[in-house]
Design a protein around this ligand. Structure first.
Ligand SMILES: [Zn+2]
Ligand SMILES: [Zn+2]
Length: 88
């Protein structure tokens, strides 16, 4: 089955894609703010966290895959993936 969207459907897809892009930018800015807030509070995760996805919402040292609905598997964390410090 070949999908052949109508013009209004194409427009709807384009608008959706644009909003998801904007959402992505928003997440990045939330993460920047979160990093800055932790730094201001004196939180220093140390150099050995390079390359790890530490959590910005709790002291979780790194995202653990396999949790419920893509969340961090660490029982002390369980925050969503996007709460973690994602590489830019
Ligand atoms: Zn975590
Ligand atoms: Zn967490």
């Amino acid at each position: 089955m070949q999908y052949d969207p109508t013009d209004p459907q194409k427009k709807a897809f384009e608008e959706n894609a644009a909003e998801f892009r904007a959402f992505d930018d928003r997440i990045r800015s939330v993460q920047d703010t979160a990093r800055a807030r932790l730094a201001d509070s004196g939180w220093d995760p140390g150099d050995d966290t390079q390359g790890t996805l530490r959590c910005l919402s709790c002291p979780c040292p790194g995202f653990e895959f396999g949790g419920f609905q893509g969340r961090c598997k660490r029982s002390s964390c369980k925050h969503a993936f996007i709460n973690h410090d994602l590489p830019r």
